[in-house]
Design a protein around this ligand. Structure first.
Ligand code: FE2
Length: 197
């Protein structure tokens, strides 16, 4: 059995004007789909066929299979990305997550500042993550396909893709504007809160 390309959790135009349907057509329909297809081609007829995607990512890492790791981790990261976005995003987190953000970053503004800086200064392709680390929170950057699920002690809560394919159609080379728009308009705090252990 193969892994599936999960449908977007919102309509393709639901994030406009912050993220266009055209971006989602390419990003979900072409880029994400290619990672899923390449993962399926690599696992076909192997012991990993039929396993959950997380297991495939971890096995590829353990086996040092870079091609399978890169494609399966990107499939997992993009699935997590779509759920990190919401047409009703960008509002203030509440409850336990708000308390943790206050404690780690001195509040939402402090979080936004650190997240923006980390995402904007990340060199080349990769991802910026808000993770739970023990009882606290941490913002981390990963390069290329790297993902917190293969790093002990990190539990991803929210992510932003900073590969150029994520923002070029809408923001050209202005990555900081794309990050700013995510934080103000589409960051899905309900999803992040639900990911807390
Ligand atoms: Fe991407």
């Amino acid at each position: 059995m193969s892994i599936a390309l999960p449908p977007l959790p919102f309509a393709r135009d639901a994030l406009e004007p912050h993220m266009s349907a055209a971006t989602l057509d390419f990003h979900h329909g072409k880029h994400h789909k290619a990672y899923v297809d390449k993962t399926n081609a690599k696992i076909k007829g192997t012991a990993l066929a039929g396993k959950p995607l997380e297991d495939i990512v971890r096995a590829a890492k353990a086996q040092g299979d870079d091609e399978l790791f890169n494609n399966s981790a990107q499939a997992w990261n993009h699935d997590f990305l779509w759920r990190s976005l919401s047409p009703n995003g960008g509002k203030s987190p509440t409850g336990k997550l708000k308390a943790k953000l206050d404690s780690a970053f001195g509040g939402l503004e402090g979080f936004q500042e650190t997240f923006s800086k980390t995402a904007a200064e990340h060199f080349g392709s990769g991802w910026t993550w808000l993770c739970q680390k023990g009882d606290g929170l941490a913002i981390i950057a990963t390069h290329d396909a790297d993902t917190p699920i293969v790093h002990n002690g990190l539990r991803p809560l929210l992510t932003l893709d900073v590969w150029e394919h994520a923002y070029y159609l809408d923001y050209q080379n202005e990555r900081p504007d794309y990050i700013d728009s995510f934080l103000k308009n589409t960051a899905n705090w309900a999803f992040a809160a639900a990911n807390l252990s």
